[in-house]
Write a new protein. Structure first.
Length: 269
């Protein structure tokens, strides 16, 4: 549980954006890493509002925003960032990975994008045999490296350390001309209007290339990403065949995605 920085009087009156963001900063400074859910509860605002606050604070260099939370800026924090992301919504990611693995059959050729949820998904793939897995993620490749029944193809490209994945034109070119059964990708946000998105243009380029290589696109996204729209669109909603998420994802967004033809797979956590 995180420490409180508000008094009774401040909790009783409306909190304006500047004051709310200052309180968020104080919470992150006091605790080092704080989840989105905890921040929303502490400042008595919705997670959507707090996400906007985190984006604004990150743009000023005051904190680092991660999937489902925030940490302090600095080298040590950045190095620990991925480990922190793995710990967020761990139960949901595991349940999503279990459900997504049911969409893979022995003998398949698939592509897998970077992310903490796809890393969990890769761990489930070791149960299969005669798979070919193409990935831009060093962590996905590492998970599968010890399985003699799975052929792992790693794209070229430039290492993006914050997500431990390969990006850039070399990564995109290495995926051109490939055709696999399914692409399993994640991202920073998913809405019914714009589909899957990410805040980084280089990551988006590779995600698009991964999706273009597959007959069907499967999005793996926990509830913290559903209804969130970030800067760069990667996969529009009409190109998403399946969404695997958890049972606390907002139902109104799921209904809108289903109306657009996306097949929903909801993991019970």
């Amino acid at each position: 549980m995180i420490g409180t920085v508000s008094d009774t009087q401040s909790e009783r009156r409306p909190v304006f954006a500047a004051e709310r963001r200052q309180r968020i900063l104080e919470l992150v400074r006091a605790n080092g890493a704080v989840s989105l859910r905890e921040l929303a509860q502490a400042v008595r605002s919705s997670e959507v509002t707090v996400r906007r606050d985190l984006r604004a604070l990150e743009s000023e260099g005051l904190l680092n925003r991660h999937h489902g939370g925030a940490t302090l800026p600095g080298e040590l924090t950045r190095e620990a960032g991925y480990a922190h992301k793995v710990s967020l919504e761990a139960a949901e990611k595991g349940a999503i990975a279990d459900l997504a693995a049911a969409l893979v059959e022995d003998g398949d050729a698939i592509v897998v994008g970077p992310g903490t949820t796809t890393q969990e998904f890769a761990r489930r793939l070791t149960r299969h045999s005669d798979l070919t897995v193409v990935t831009s993620s060093l962590l996905v490749a590492q998970v599968l490296a010890g399985s003699p029944r799975i052929e792992v193809v790693l794209t070229g490209g430039t290492l993006r350390g914050s997500i431990l994945a390969l990006v850039g034109s070399a990564a995109e070119h290495s995926l051109a001309g490939l055709r696999v059964r399914r692409a399993f990708v994640s991202g920073n946000g998913l809405t019914a209007e714009r589909g899957l998105s990410t805040p980084n243009m280089q990551v988006a380029g590779v995600d698009r290339a991964l999706a273009a290589a597959a007959e069907e696109v499967v999005v793996l996204a926990d509830h913290t990403k559903i209804g969130v729209d970030t800067m760069v669109q990667t996969v529009p909603p009409d190109q998403i065949a399946h969404l695997v998420t958890d049972d606390t994802a907002p139902s109104e967004v799921l209904d809108e995605l289903a109306a657009r033809g996306v097949r929903l797979h909801v993991a019970q956590v």
